[in-house]
Design a protein around this ligand. Structure first.
Ligand code: IDC
Length: 282
C-alpha cells in the first residue's frame, strides 16, 4: 500500500495502521510518498520546505515497517517539478543520510524519483539517476533502487532500450486503471518478456487525476496480469482525502485504522478484497 503525501498526511506513519495492512489486508510492503514540492498551495509542509521534520517522519515509517517485518519503499515524489534534476543536490543529501542509517537493511527500497513528467526525456532521467545511485551504492552496495521513467512512469520501454549501468535497479511503471488500459499492459508484457525488471510502485483504481472513474474491471485485469508476472504493486492511496483513489472514508483516523470494511471507500473495499484473496486470507 502507498501512503498519500506524508507532508500533508503525517498520521499515516503509524505502526498500528501498517500492522492492519499486514495482518488484515495481507500486504508485505508499504510505500512512503514524500512529495518534495507542489505547484499549487500547501507546499509549506512538503520536503524541501521542512527537510528535517520530513526526514524524521520518513525514518519513523521505515522503522515501523522494519519492526513489522515488511518491505518499505521510500519515494522521492517529484510530481512537481517533473524534472528530477531540479533538485539533485537535495536528493543526494536525502538518500545519503537514509542509506547510511539503513545500510545493509534488507527491508528498505529506494525510489529515487517517482514520476518524471512534463519534459524530461529518458536521458535526462539517466543523468539524475547516475548522480544519485552512486551515493546510495557507497553506503549500501546491494539495496534495491527504483527509477521512475518518463511520462509519469509509463515509458519503461525507454529503460529497456537504454538501461542504467547498475545492478539491483528496477524501473517504475505506474497506471491508473480507468486511464491506462490494454496499451500499457501490452507494453508491460513486452518489456517483461525482454527481461526488464519492473515494479509498479503506484497504481490507482480510477482516473489518472485520482478522482472519478472508479473501474473494477480494469483494476482486476491489471492485478491479474501483475500476479501472473509476479510483479509487486502499491495502491494509491492510504488516505482519507475526499477523492476516488483514497482507500479510507473522510474522517478516518489514519494513525489507528480498523481491520474490516467499515472505514473503507469503494476503492478500499475492492483492493482489500483482492489483496486478501491473493494472500490466502479469504
Ligand atoms: C494526486 C493526489 C491528489 C493531489 C495531487 C497533486 O491523489 O490528492 O491533489 O496528486 O498533488 C500520480 C502521482 C500522485 C497523484 C496521483 C493521482 O504520483 O501524486 O496524486 N497520480 O493524480 N501519478 C498519476 C496519478
Amino acid at each position: 500500500m502507498s501512503t498519500h503525501g506524508l507532508g500533508w498526511f503525517p498520521d499515516a506513519v503509524s505502526k498500528n495502521s501498517f500492522k492492519v495492512f499486514r495482518d488484515d489486508w495481507g500486504c508485505n510492503a508499504m510505500r512512503l510518498a514524500m512529495y518534495i514540492e507542489e505547484s499549487w498551495g500547501g507546499s509549506e509542509s512538503l520536503y524541501l520546505a521542512q527537510p528535517d521534520k520530513n526526514y524524521k517522519l520518513v525514518t519513523e515509517g521505515v522503522d515501523a515497517c522494519i519492526d513489522l517485518g515488511m518491505y518499505v519503499i521510500v519515494d522521492w515524489h517529484i510530481l512537481n517539478p517533473g524534472d528530477p534534476n531540479n533538485h539533485t543536490a537535495e536528493a543526494k543529501d536525502f538518500f545519503d543520510k537514509l542509506s547510511k542509517k539503513y545500510a545493509n537493511c534488507p527491508n528498505i527500497i529506494y525510489e529515487i524519483c517517482n514520476e518524471p513528467n512534463s519534459g524530461p526525456d529518458w536521458n535526462r532521467v539517466k543523468t539524475y539517476a547516475n548522480a544519485v545511485i552512486p551515493v546510495i551504492r557507497a553506503n549500501d552496495p546491494d539495496a534495491i533502487i527504483v527509477c521512475g521513467t518518463p511520462t509519469w512512469s509509463q515509458d519503461i520501454d525507454r529503460a529497456l532500450s537504454s538501461p542504467l549501468d547498475y545492478s539491483n535497479v528496477v524501473y517504475a511503471l505506474h497506471f491508473y486503471a480507468n486511464t491506462h488500459t490494454d496499451w500499457l499492459r501490452d507494453r508491460l508484457k513486452n518489456c517483461y518478456n525482454s527481461g526488464l525488471p519492473v515494479l509498479v510502485t503506484e497504481y490507482g483504481t480510477c482516473d489518472a487525476s485520482g478522482n472519478g472513474g472508479f473501474n473494477t474491471d480494469q483494476t482486476k485485469k491489471w492485478l491479474d496480469l501483475m500476479d501472473r508476472l509476479n510483479i509487486g504493486y502499491f495502491n494509491w492511496s492510504f488516505c482519507n482525502k475526499g477523492e476516488t483513489a483514497s482507500a479510507f472514508k473522510g474522517g478516518t483516523n489514519l494513525s489507528n485504522i480498523s481491520a474490516g470494511e467499515s472505514q473503507l471507500t469503494e476503492s478500499g473495499k475492492l483492493i482489500r478484497k483482492l489483496y486478501r484473496k491473493r494472500a490466502g486470507l479469504s
